[in-house]
Write a protein that binds this ligand. Structure first.
Ligand SMILES: [Zn+2]
Ligand SMILES: [Zn+2]
Length: 571
């Protein structure tokens, strides 16, 4: 078990103890320890017994429990404790915003012991009238349940893609495999996926399956057959491999890339043209004569369409656009000339500006934006104006060293809850670029949050709103605000909106970014890199941008440094 899992066990123990009205100090001790463990930067596995006891909040008793979990992967005390309450109560406490107190009250007053019975009670209005609960609780419960139910797709794109690429590079070593490619939602670049689909072309499927099911990362083999095998990796991800005849690889790739909705749309189109399409090819409806099969491009051409990039295959108008040859020319990683959101060790990054600049330069970038946090974000060692001016000086010195690269001085300025900024205009005017972001007070009403964002954009120095919706994938939904209003203001004030490329953020997402583009708002890609390796996140942002139909002209990062500075000007 890792730190996070162990901290979670302690938190759940505290919750159960609270439901059971146990000693307040014991409950607090478990929560306390969980908090300290979550904040450790070192792996619990690396501590010896004495070291464990020295962790704040962890004494002899809890360190013994940690050791038991590290050794056996479970905790006997916890297993027993769970049996002492109805098991559905634990599920109920997983709903965001519902703690042990509410759970206990619901159980005692209404005998609610599962998410289902909770949902029923909330829908029939039983919860609203319960003494001891706030008026909004019923509404929040229903929202929370919805959030939990929408959660089945969970593996982050970046993680799934790395796993898939590892498998493919192993498969490609086999000379019997002619081609191997990611398929499914992962190929379409969805931000999270349920499983990984891989498609390979080979005439000896048996050998491919043998290799696949014997890979090091395999935990168990779910199914093994000549055409399809499924495994589960040690990280719990299901991977399906299909092996097809090289002659029909293109048709199979279209079929298994999906989406389902896209495939239905092209099937209808085929029918209209007296054709039929399936995983083996495109055929004449009457004569069964084959029109295309081997190459994906040929499949689309046979249907009278220009090639549709996988990221667009969601039935969001791409088939219609392909028919009239009006598909966008999507941005690619090689169009990117700059990273527009980079941190350094001046705030919470872990590398110097000079190291970050060297790395960006080696990647082929022409410039980058150093945007450390402002003073309000104490937790991230935000800069006060004095330190900011020192940083500006350092950037000036570094810029003299570079001939073909430029560092722009900026800041990621906190937007306070009333929409004012964490630096005065006197300071902001001295920066090349100003990024602004919401980092706290997420629970404001939609009206307040909209006003807050609008006010920030109306500031004449704010150029880019970064991670505009604040969501964290699998962790936190976006804060509530009127996106249309924000887009309109962004357009009116010439403020760009960011696609933050951090794997958990990808914010804006594809839908919102496309909407912004439609209204003529410029998009900025920022990795939010806190270390030199994290420049690699750019490819995730580009993927989101492609799903959002973005072209070079929509994206600030495709401009030269000079053009960029000109285009972001407000007046
Ligand atoms: Zn931020
Ligand atoms: Zn940042």
């Amino acid at each position: 078990m890792n730190n996070k899992e162990i901290a979670r066990v302690f938190r759940v123990i505290a919750d159960i103890l609270e439901i059971k009205d146990e000693n307040f100090f014991r409950i607090r001790a478990y929560r306390n320890a969980a908090g300290h463990i979550e904040n450790l930067t070192q792996d619990l596995n690396d501590f010896n017994q004495a070291g464990l006891q020295d962790i704040p909040g962890v004494g002899a008793d809890l360190s013994a429990k940690i050791i038991e979990m590290l050794k056996s992967g479970k905790l006997e005390y916890f297993e027993e404790l769970k049996k002492s309450i109805p098991c559905g109560l634990l599920d109920i406490m997983d709903i965001p915003g519902i703690g042990p107190k509410t759970t206990k009250l619901l159980y005692e007053k209404l005998r609610i012991d599962s998410i289902d019975s909770l949902e029923k009670a909330a829908r029939s209005g039983l919860i609203a009238g319960l003494p001891g609960l706030k008026e909004k609780t019923q509404e929040n419960i229903l929202k929370g349940i919805l959030l939990i139910k929408q959660k089945p797709e969970k593996i982050l794109f970046s993680y799934a893609q790395n796993t898939a690429e590892n498998i493919i590079s192993s498969l490609k070593k086999l000379k019997e495999i002619k081609q191997a490619c990611i398929a499914g939602s992962l190929r379409r670049g969805k931000e999270t996926v349920r499983d990984i689909d891989i498609l390979a072309a080979s005439l000896s499927a048996e050998k491919a399956m043998e290799l696949f099911t014997g890979l090091d990362l395999v935990k168990d083999v779910i199914a093994k057959g000549p055409a399809k095998s499924s495994i589960r990796t040690k990280d719990g991800i299901q991977v399906d491999l299909r092996v097809v005849d090289p002659k029909s690889f293109g048709a199979a790739l279209v079929y298994f890339t999906g989406s389902k909705e896209h495939n239905i749309r092209i099937r209808e189109l085929a029918k209209k043209n007296n054709l039929k399409i399936n995983e083996y090819g495109v055929f004449d409806l009457k004569t069964d004569k084959i029109a295309a099969a081997e190459k994906e491009e040929d499949i689309y051409a046979a249907l009278g369409l220009s090639f549709i990039p996988p990221e667009l295959r969601e039935d969001r108008g791409e088939v219609e656009a392909a028919k009239i040859k009006k598909l966008p020319k999507l941005i690619t990683l090689s169009d990117i000339k700059a990273d527009l959101h980079v941190h350094s060790e001046w705030s919470d990054g872990n590398a110097s500006i000079s190291v970050m600049a060297e790395t960006a330069f080696k990647k082929g970038y022409e410039y980058m934006v150093i945007s450390d946090h402002s003073q309000g974000l104490g937790i991230a060692r935000g800069l006060n104006p004095q330190r900011l001016y020192k940083q500006i000086d350092e950037i000036k010195t570094l810029n003299k060293k570079f001939k073909k690269f430029r560092i722009l001085s900026a800041a990621e300025v906190d937007i306070k809850s009333d929409g004012t900024l964490d630096f005065s205009e006197d300071v902001l005017k001295d920066l090349d670029v100003v990024l602004a972001a919401v980092h706290s007070g997420f629970k404001q009403s939609s009206r307040e949050m909209t006003k807050r964002l609008v006010k920030a954009m109306e500031n004449r120095y704010v150029n880019i709103i970064v991670h505009p919706t604040g969501r964290l994938i699998n962790e936190r939904p976006r804060y509530e605000f009127d996106f249309e209003e924000v887009v309109k203001t962004a357009k009116d004030t010439n403020t760009a909106l960011e696609i933050n490329c951090y794997p958990k953020r990808l914010d804006l997402d594809d839908i919102h970014a496309r909407r912004a583009k439609q209204e003529g708002v410029r998009i900025s890609l920022g990795t939010d890199a806190h270390s030199a390796e994290q420049f690699e996140f750019m490819r995730l942002g580009v993927m989101v941008g492609r799903r959002a139909w973005l072209e070079k002209k929509d994206v600030l990062n495709c401009l030269s440094c000079e053009e960029f500075l000109k285009k972001i000007k407000k007046d």
